[in-house]
Ligand binder design. Sequence first.
Ligand SMILES: [Zn+2]
Length: 344
Amino acid sequence: MDIKTYPWQAELLASLNALRDRLPNGILLYGPRGIGTFEAACAFAASLLCTSPAPDGRPCGHCKGCRLFAADNHPDIRYIVSEFECVSHGMEFAMPETNPDKKTLTREILINQTRDLGEYFSLKSNEGGVRVVIVYPADKIRSEAAASLLKNLEEPPENTIFILVADEIDRVLATIRSRCRLIRAKAPAKEQALAWLRSQGVKNAEQKLTEAAGMPLSALAEDPRYAMSEEGKRKILAVLAKGAQATAADALNAVDKDMTIAAAALVFSRWAWDLASVRAGAGARYFPSYEAELKHAAESASSAGLYQWINSVRDVRRAAEHTLNAKAIIEAVLLSYARCLAKA
Ligand SMILES: [Zn+2]
């Protein structure tokens, strides 16, 4: 998990950091959607799992805790995050065993996501420190899942903190709310939001921010750099579908010169998500018409190779803002996919 914090969160992060010496069992962070409250919760979790954070709580980035966190491999953190939010935040989602063919992403937290908490808590924390459970969105928890979560909040295991995040505090069950320390995340002032959007290269930032009701991350998500024409998407998918047979010429012809990395990366990460899903025996969610090709790729590629490719997509997404030669980079990702299948 990448640690992302935003310039308007200084006060919020400071108030979280002030809790670290006497951690409550549960914290409920709430604030309007589109200002990065979930990211702040994850940043705080990273800070708690770091063995030598800076005085302001910033994780050191080098210790074992930090390295495990960055690799999404820390044994002392659990994410109970809806499928929809997992996909929006580029996180892996464990497919529920029920109803794998549905075509829309689930926005609620389901019972199977809270079920193994008991087992998690029955073991000692691996790294000897605090154990963290992040729950998002805490305002959209199915009732059976809420009951199981509540039980854990009522009798919290030692050295464990629940960090709940809600977009709409009024929709959080009163029983859950009353067991948490409430912390409000505030939307940034307009000037701060505009300055940040401009620093991200957003054009017409003022208009976009207004359309997004003042929420900078929503304004960024609406940026046309993330949009791709149907034709452009079809061409990219055709190369991915060719798998190991795809050539440099295929990649060259598939990428239009005005295609942005952000938009291509979205298609790549959805393809990667479908691959993981098909590999796990469930159906393709985003590109069901390519199910046969996905299946073939999932069967023929090595896990390590696919994992490497998925990581490279993530790196490209991260670099999207700083790169000028989008076309070359998108082509390179397409070719590395073909190579990773050819090698297997
Ligand atoms: Zn650290």
